[in-house]
Design a protein around this ligand. Sequence first.
Ligand SMILES: Cc1cc2nc3c(=O)[nH]c(=O)nc-3n(C[C@H](O)[C@H](O)[C@H](O)COP(=O)(O)OP(=O)(O)OC[C@H]3O[C@@H](n4cnc5c(N)ncnc54)[C@H](O)[C@@H]3O)c2cc1C
Length: 129
Amino acid sequence: MRQVKLKYWHQGRVVLTGDAAWCATPLSGIGTTLAIVGPYVLAGELSKTDNYAQAFANYQKIMQPFVKEGQGTPQFVISALWPRTRIGLRFLRAAMKVAGKPAIRKLFSKVFLRNSNQIKLPDYGMKTE
Ligand SMILES: Cc1cc2nc3c(=O)[nH]c(=O)nc-3n(C[C@H](O)[C@H](O)[C@H](O)COP(=O)(O)OP(=O)(O)OC[C@H]3O[C@@H](n4cnc5c(N)ncnc54)[C@H](O)[C@@H]3O)c2cc1C
């Protein structure tokens, strides 16, 4: 599995959000959050202007740091968890055997946990009944 990072999430009148725009891999642990926050920001930016191109650009600018944080899982970890060779598979099985040990758990948390404070949610003044 290889992570592909799109430079732009929009073209013309078409805009992507969630995994379609920035799939952070199942390992990020923050894909669902991104998939909720992204449409919130997109809707908010669209509500502020009639210029959809500007709204798309603002949406990408606001989301980018948070998405970057979500995509921060190192490539070697992604490759290790989707092995393509017998040796890779053996390595994965050996790693899974020790994965529950406290020191390894701590290391895994450091590598995997993403910081959800990478975005300050804009207040678009949307009212809920
Ligand atoms: C194994 C696994 C574990 C994960 N664990 C976590 C976790 O612990 N924490 C976390 O935050 N995230 C996790 N994720 C990631 C998270 O599930 C995704 O980031 C999130 O679901 C993305 O939401 P989305 O709405 O962008 O896309 P999706 O949830 O993929 O929704 C897209 C929808 O569009 C539909 N669709 C596709 N093509 C068409 C079409 N042509 N017409 C109509 N409908 C279509 C699909 O059927 C689907 O229902 C995990 C993912 C996987 C695969």
